[in-house]
Write a protein that binds this ligand. Structure first.
Ligand code: PLP
Length: 348
């Protein structure tokens, strides 16, 4: 058997490292006296933890949040274990053992997790307190439990449910968090996600935890103009075809040519996260010119109108129009989903 190298991908997630670093610096500045950390769970929101984490570390970020223990190995080559926090916490003896072996500190979410952590030898950890979202976290009533009181806590955190909206829940959670700060002894406190940073200094505490905004998402209108786009989905033009009036395009023939036209078939489809919602409304760019999506997006392929780019041939790379706030408005998807949908076939 020959050992030919695997050919390069025909779709890639273009990545602007400078924009990522600039977004982190902007969010750190907006966090005032608090330092900004970074949520890098779900492979850094689909952007790729292996390339995101070194850029953030070089920019000055010192705290990284993942959700799963199995996300830790992607970070360990790049940052110190004590700068990694695992949000789901230690739920089993294997997870406690893994935390202790790697030196990564868990986020304790319940009295049961606090007991499991201490039983496994304990040591520094973080504590998530629920202030009204009823997702993960120790409830306010349980804060006095001896298992919680015995913990050695670095970050005491809580999470805002509705920071992207102007609703009274934000102030209610802020007040609850002030009471948590009185009840839980920790080295530092943390409440705000991306949108929470824009709510102002009363929400900043000691450490903020932006995710979405690092990667170009506009979590609240206040952040527009301060945040740059970081990723650009790109796909190779696999085939160019000439159509005549009446020719139909794609599944269910949703598009019919009105006259002669030149169309292109791109190596990108809904299996890659370029969902069928872009059928007939999405568009791509090549050298500043626009190629609208024609008909239905397929699993692996998308057909575009090359009318504005007669010189664009097979093998060229086209870039999807995927500016997150605009793409969210056009598609009905959230900016979070638009990022995390990007599939495994993308070169990262
Ligand atoms: C995902 C997450 C964040 C980041 O939230 P964004 O809205 O993406 O900024 C912060 N904290 C916790 C606990 C999270 O789960």
């Amino acid at each position: 058997m020959s050992s030919s190298p695997l050919p390069p991908p025909t779709l890639r997630l273009g990545f602007d490292a400078e924009a990522l670093a600039a977004n982190w610096r902007a969010l750190d500045l907006l966090s005032g006296k608090a330092a900004a950390g970074a949520a890098v769970k779900a492979d850094a929101y689909g952007v790729g933890a292996a390339r995101v984490v070194p850029v953030l570390a070089a920019a000055g970020c010192r705290m990284f949040f993942v959700a799963h223990w199995r996300e830790v190995p992607a970070l360990l080559p790049h940052v110190a274990p004590e700068s990694i926090a695992v949000l789901h916490g230690p739920a089993s003896a294997e997870e406690v053992a893994y935390a202790r072996a790697t030196g990564v500190w868990p986020v304790i979410n319940s009295v049961a997790q606090a007991r499991a952590w201490s039983a496994g030898g304990g040591g520094t950890c973080h504590l998530m307190v629920d202030t009204g979202m009823n997702r993960l976290g120790v409830s306010l009533e349980d804060l006095g439990d001896p298992a919680i009181a015995a913990l050695e806590i670095d970050i005491c955190l809580s999470h805002l449910a509705s920071a992207d909206e102007d609703v009274s829940q934000n102030e209610a959670q802020r007040r609850a968090f002030v009471s948590v700060q009185g009840a839980v002894r920790a080295r530092r406190y943390s409440l705000a996600n991306s949108a929470g940073i824009a709510l102002g200094s009363a929400y900043h505490a000691d450490l903020t935890r932006p995710g979405l905004a690092l990667y170009g998402g506009i979590a609240r209108a206040e952040l527009a103009g301060q945040i740059r786009q970081v990723v650009h989905p790109e796909a190779v033009l696999l085939q160019v075809r000439k159509l005549k009036a009446g020719d139909k395009v794609g599944y269910n023939a949703l598009f019919t040519a009105a006259g002669d036209m030149r169309v292109g078939v791109l190596s990108l489809g809904y299996a890659d996260g370029y969902l069928r919602c872009w059928s007939g409304i999405g568009s791509f760019r090549w050298q500043g010119r626009k190629a609208p999506v024609l008909g239905r997006v397929s699993m692996d392929l998308t057909i575009v109108d090359l009318g504005e780019m007669p010189d664009c041939g097979e093998g060229e790379w086209l870039t999807a129009d995927y500016d997150l706030p605009c793409a969210a408005a056009a598609s009905g998807l959230s900016q979070y989903e638009l990022l995390t949908l990007m599939g495994q076939r993308f070169g990262r």
